[in-house]
Design a protein around this ligand. Structure first.
Ligand code: OXD
Ligand code: MN
Length: 589
């Protein structure tokens, strides 16, 4: 008997009789198992060996060209009651969804191996962690799950002790977009995914479990599952403040999580510690503060744009033992993407590189790598208790209006800032790129239930005994009239984080405005930056008329969550709108 947990063996048997695999393999997560899978994938062409001198242990996977990103229009959240999914999700009746999926899974693993992957999201001994089991017919998924989660024997032991686990069933099927669905059943803690091998659709521990199912479970259990990086900032006095930050996909979470301090800061002794780059689970501790873990064990990062100038830590991390997906290749068989020096000779589809075919690496090409390889990996990342969060940051790609940084006056204002987040779309999901869309808390594609209920859950943390983090909103992507970025970004973002920490410690008074607290001109350390006073003014300007229009747009957006929109959030939006009108009237009187 591969497991002592009857509920697990019964489920595996049931899936096997539906999918009819040639064999069943229970993953133990060992190095030898990983090596054997890699050999098998090299033999059948699923993986291609990269230059083992320059990149030991690195392989390339080329996916089907029609299967390179998350598919939000094919992703469903199947609550028993339609209203519980909210206007932020696609919904299907659970019985109909199960029937549809089971018809697809019927016999789909004939001649294939069914892999059973027990995994733990979060440190194996943490009370904040949660476990799942993914069944898949893809060895590529098994190899990626081994990097991205604590997978195998230790996870199985915890699952057997606890008796509960999230069930995830996956098959690559025929990779036919017409036969592709990513279904979630939050009330059953179950996922069924068919027809895609892409990370966010197929590595079920990540978006499907750690965000969509976990966000729903978190509401039931009094915690938060968020699309956030976690970074520790150590000041020259040796104090470390942990910051959790939500940005939509492909907006630089990995870069911020691995930030290299500017030269002067390094000299003064500032250090940055990476705890996570994509997902954060938080819950109140005994002292009332929020404590966070990164449920993942690896990075599934966007390759293009990752370079020695933008993120040298990421580059060092992926120098060995990394699976690359849909990158290009150089003449000497090294992985290549836009932003790196050198020349590609083969593009992501395996064709001779021709600029007429577009970028050499797919814009959503990825690396999968163990977090332990990151030079700034935090020693606290494995801490069972998690790290205490001093500040929560929201942000997006906003070419205009949104200042470089602003702080919420209190928790409910912070929740409004998160709810109102907007960003230009990126290549991480299929669909048009560069269109502004509201993406509350960067969870639009990932919140497993009604956004109105989710906002209420966020607000519920403001209660007696709570010692909540300060909340900020940042915008690294503000442009001038000529379309040039006003702020240099990357490592220089530490200057903004330093101001946040000063605010947390009560060391910076800030300037109170209708939209929140902004830094006074002399509160941001700009030493060594070639920023003109005009640029700083633009970055910190509050355009009252522009903001009045923005508040109206936010009001319309919030309206779409009625009747479940918390009145407190509506009041926040109205209070700011009124304050803006008052200030505009006073200024023109
Ligand atoms: C990701 C995403 O892969 O957000 O992290 O799409
Ligand atoms: Mn993400």
């Amino acid at each position: 008997m591969p497991s002592t947990l009857e509920a697990l063996t019964r489920w595996v048997d049931k899936v096997a009789s539906l999918t009819q695999p040639a064999q069943i393999h229970w993953c133990d997560g060992s190095e030898s198992e990983y090596r054997a899978l890699v050999q098998q994938m090299l033999a059948d062409g699923t993986l291609i060996e990269l230059n083992q001198q320059s990149h030991p242990g690195c392989y390339l996977h080329r996916s089907n060209p029609g299967d390179v990103a998350r598919v939000e229009h094919l992703t469903f959240v199947c609550h028993a009651r339609r209203e519980d999914a909210g206007p932020n999700n696609h919904w299907m009746d659970p019985a109909e969804a199960h029937a549809k999926m089971d018809a697809l899974f019927d016999g789909c693993m004939e001649g294939r191996t069914l892999y059973v992957i027990p995994y733990c999201m979060g440190p194996i001994d943490s009370p904040l962690s949660r476990c799942g089991v993914e069944i898949t017919d893809s060895p590529y998924v098994v190899a990626n799950m081994r990097i991205m989660t604590r997978m195998g024997a230790a996870a199985l032991k915890r699952i057997e002790r606890e008796g509960t686990f999230v069930k995830g069933l996956h098959s690559t099927g025929e990779l036919d977009p017409e036969r592709r669905f990513i279904m979630h059943f939050p009330e059953e803690r179950t996922i069924k995914s068919y027809g895609s091998g892409y990370g966010g659709n197929a590595l079920l521990g990540k978006k499907c479990h750690a965000l969509r199912i976990a966000s729903h479970q978190a509401r039931d259990e009094g915690w938060l599952a968020e699309h956030m990086l976690i970074v520790g900032i150590e000041n020259p006095q040796g104090e470390t403040h942990y910051i959790a930050a939500a940005f939509p996909s492909a907006c630089g979470k990995t870069n911020l999580a691995m930030l290299i301090p500017p030269e002067g800061y390094r000299r003064d002794g500032w250090k940055v510690w990476t705890v996570g780059d994509d997902i954060c689970w938080m819950r109140p501790g005994q002292d009332g503060r929020l404590y966070a873990i990164n449920p993942e064990a690896g990075f599934f990062g966007v390759a293009p744009g990752t370079s020695d100038s933008t993120n040298p830590n990421a580059l060092a991390t992926v120098a060995h033992d990394t699976i690359f997906t849909n990158v290009a290749v150089t003449a000497d068989n090294q992985p290549w993407w836009e932003g790196l020096p050198g020349q590609p000779v083969t593009d992501w589809r395996g064709r001779p590189y021709d600029p007429a075919n577009g970028p050499a690496a797919h814009p959503n090409s990825r690396f999968t790598v163990s977090a332990k390889q990151c030079p700034t990996w935090s020693p606290k990342a494995e801490d069972a208790q998690g790290v205490p969060i001093s500040a929560i940051v929201f942000g997006g790609r906003r070419p205009s209006l949104l200042p470089l940084v602003m702080e919420a006056r209190d928790w409910s204002h912070g929740v409004l800032m998160g709810a109102a987040m907007g960003s230009e779309t990126t290549a991480a999901a299929t669909g048009a790129v560069g269109v502004l869309r509201r993406d509350s808390m960067a969870m639009k594609p990932f919140c497993g239930y009604h956004y109105g209920d989710y906002f209420a859950h966020w607000l519920s943390f403001d209660k007696a005994g709570a010692v909540l983090p300060k909340v900020f909103h940042v915008n690294w992507f503000r442009k001038d009239a000529e379309g040039r970025f006003l702020w240099p970004g990357f490592g220089e973002n530490l200057r903004v984080l330093e101001w946040m920490i000063a605010r947390v410690k009560g060391d910076a008074p800030g300037v109170d405005t209708a939209i929140g607290i902004l830094p006074a001109r002399d509160e941001l350390n700009l030493d060594g930056l070639s920023l003109t006073p005009g640029q700083l003014d633009e970055l910190l300007a509050v355009d009252s008329e522009g903001w009045q229009a923005e508040l109206e747009a936010i009001g319309d957006y919030l309206q779409s969550f009625e009747p479940r929109l918390p009145t407190r959030l509506r009041r926040e939006q109205q209070d700011i709108a009124t304050s803006l009108e008052g200030r505009t009237a006073a200024a023109s009187a």
